[in-house]
Design a protein around this ligand. Structure first.
Ligand SMILES: Nc1ncnc2c1ncn2[C@@H]1O[C@H](COP(=O)(O)OP(=O)(O)O)[C@@H](O)[C@H]1O
Ligand SMILES: [Mg+2]
Length: 229
């Protein structure tokens, strides 16, 4: 599923007047790419991820996903778009603390409804197994290490088999080994044909990416394709 940005800007109202968090971005992102968004804190990475995933609307310009303008969708359509097409991974995992690991993954499928009810149980167990956390399925998230929680979060993000995976600083809270493992899992997702977009400060792992977009003050200052992802 392709994402197109056409001259996208996002301006916030502040006491000091309008502030441009994202400026005139135009680019295409295509299935199979593993894209890193880099740039200093405040350069607009999270804002851009929010625009791409329809969590926020541009002040001007257009975001198109699979050819469709997100601005043309009703709130209901936008909500199903997010549920079906986009998997989210966050720096602090954002698992539901009162549910077990298994229930967290089930909840994602129950909320969206793309996966047949009869297949959800088996699919949740398979995903947890794939990410090496099946033995923790009956525990609540706080009993797991950070790396394990992030793998549960990735399993949950993939529960509805989304074509696009978006992650905001997913290794920001992980040690070196778990950061490597997380980036490997994302690379596998891109190899499998998903579009994977990761905002990151983690310059040590840029080599895993197929393309690196550098933002500064909301503007795209570099768009580099890596020789090998
Ligand atoms: N809701 C908001 N209102 C005003 N300014 C905001 C808002 N959200 C983000 N910003 C500002 O926009 C800029 C970009 O923020 P952000 O996208 O979070 O950057 P990054 O993720 O690269 O750290 C920052 O200067 C931030 O303070
Ligand atoms: Mg951010």
């Amino acid at each position: 599923m392709t994402i197109e940005l056409h001259s996208v800007s996002k301006s916030y109202e502040t006491h000091a007047g309008p502030f441009d968090a994202v400026r005139e971005l135009s680019l295409n992102m295509t299935p199979g790419e593993f894209i890193g968004l880099v740039g200093p804190s405040g350069s607009g990475k999270s804002t851009l991820l929010n625009l791409i995933s329809g969590l926020d609307h541009p002040s001007s310009g257009e975001v198109r996903v699979a050819g469709e303008r997100l601005a043309g969708l009703s709130e209901t359509k936008l909500a199903s778009f997010r549920g079906e097409k986009i998997g989210f991974v966050f720096q602090f995992f954002q698992l539901v603390p009162t549910l077990t690991v298994f229930e967290n993954v089930m909840l994602a499928m129950d909320l969206v409804g793309t996966i047949n009810r009869s297949e959800r149980h088996k699919r949740a167990l398979e995903l947890l197994d794939q990410f090496g956390v099946l033995r923790h399925k009956g525990k609540t998230p706080s009993r797991l290490s950070g790396g394990e929680q992030q793998r549960v979060a990735i399993a949950r993000a993939l529960a509805n088999d989304p074509p696009i995976l978006v992650a905001d600083e997913p290794t920001g809270n992980l040690d070196c080994e778990n950061s490597d493992r997380t980036m490997d899992l994302f690379a596998d997702c891109a190899d499998g044909g998903r579009l994977v977009i990761v905002a990151t400060h983690d310059t040590a792992r840029l080599g895993r990416l197929s393309r690196v977009l550098t933002l500064r003050d909301g503007a795209l200052v570099k768009d580099e394709v890596n020789g090998h992802g």
